[in-house]
Design a protein around this ligand. Structure first.
Ligand code: PEP
Ligand code: MN
Length: 369
């Protein structure tokens, strides 16, 4: 059961304390307060956990502080849509708002290799006004003989370079819980030069211990990449694991699913699920055209397939695009064949802006009679 409080109720309001006491007076019920700082207002929800079927809604509804009480019957208790006022609010991290209504590009390196390449990439992003990126330090690779990423050794110069170029968020995959601490320590040593969004890769989509670990901390948002060989429902349940640990700053990433039917692309592009995830959950949705397509094929008009599939996601309302680029893709140590050149980024940014405008026009048209 969720009690949605009136907007702008102070976190220390006595009405809130009274509601919590009332909730906890029912047998087996515990409470959790979730506060969402929106762009214009603050919203608070109280979650009642335990055998809530025996808890009446009336005593809560009678409180002046309560907007409404929602009985959750659906399975996505934390990530599901329950309240139109709150569903699109999303979250803010490092001054960047990410929600089902915003649009943000995250171009960057699949894998960090040299300080010079990192610096060149971040400088190119800075020139474009892009403040959000990706950079892999811990790489889960199919073969143990492939480059495994530089790990914690690269974090000091990676974060320093991010700070120098005004990068606010670096999205970085973690494959083990201990890496969260390594990242936290390196960020602190860098004087918090930037922020880090923790990425759960498709290969760890059901690594429940790792999901619990990123869910147990609330500092870093999480980009969850859908499992490449499991159902959408199973992937959404994995996000529910993260959220039920306390961290609600989650983005759902579509990155294609494994099927020979996707050939000649690396994966079968699944961006038709953008609107489905937005309908079923409150999570902002990311598309990753690089890991979906996996190569540099182009249509007869000359536009890369990577551009085309990113366009498909964005024109249907994707909130984030995660895309690989590299100053010299031919020497990249991971996923070079799918990396855009830095010179291609201005075109990509313009192309995505066209698609975003088209999406907004489509929504405006749909709202007219
Ligand atoms: C990545 O983003 O570098 C990556 C490995 O992605 P995925 O888990 O989607 O394959
Ligand atoms: Mn990659």
């Amino acid at each position: 059961m969720i009690i949605v409080l009136k907007p702008d109720l102070a976190a220390d309001a006595p009405e809130l304390a009274r509601l919590l006491d009332l909730a906890r007076s029912f047998p087996g019920i515990s409470t959790e307060v979730h506060r969402i700082e929106g762009a214009t207002r603050a919203l608070t929800e109280v979650y009642l956990l335990g055998p809530t079927h025996a808890v009446p809604t009336r005593p809560f509804e009678e409180s002046d502080a309560v907007e409404k009480v929602v009985r959750i019957t659906q399975k996505y208790r934390f990530i599901g849509r329950h309240d139109p006022g709150l569903d699109a609010v999303g979250f803010e991290y490092r001054g960047v708002r990410l929600s089902q209504e915003t649009f943000t590009m995250f171009p960057g390196l699949c894998a960090v290799d040299t300080p010079a390449h990192v610096d060149e990439t971040f400088a190119a992003l800075g020139r474009l006004g892009v403040r959000t990126t990706r950079a892999g330090a811990y790489k889960p690779r199919t073969s143990p003989y492939d480059f495994q990423g530089l790990g914690k050794a690269c974090l000091p110069w990676l974060f320093e370079s991010a700070g120098k170029h005004g990068v606010r968020i670096v999205t970085m995959e973690v494959t083990h819980e201990s890496q969260i601490d390594e990242i936290r320590r390196a960020l602190a040593d860098s004087g918090d030069a930037t922020g880090v969004m923790l990425q759960i890769g498709t290969r760890n989509a059901q690594n429940f211990e790792l999901l619990r670990a990123v869910g147990a901390q609330t500092e870093h948002p999480v980009l969850y990449k859908r499992g490449m060989g499991i159902t959408l429902e199973e992937s959404l349940n994995a996000c529910e694991y993260i959220a039920s640990g306390g961290n609600r700053k989650i983005i759902f990433g579509l990155r294609g699913v494994k099927s020979i039917l996707g050939e000649p692309h690396r994966n079968f592009v699944d961006f038709a699920h953008v609107s489905v995830v937005k309908r079923l959950t409150r999570l902002p949705v990311c598309v990753d055209p690089s890991h979906s397509v996996g190569r540099r094929g182009a249509g007869p008009e000359g536009l890369l397939d990577i551009f085309h599939v990113a366009a498909q996601g964005v024109i249907s309302g994707a909130n984030m695009v995660l895309v690989d680029c590299h100053p010299r893709p031919e020497v990249a140590l991971c996923d070079g064949p799918q990396a855009l050149r830095l010179e291609e980024l201005p075109h990509l940014v313009d192309d995505m802006a066209i698609c975003r405008r088209a999406y907004e026009e489509r929504v405006a048209r749909a709202k007219r009679p």
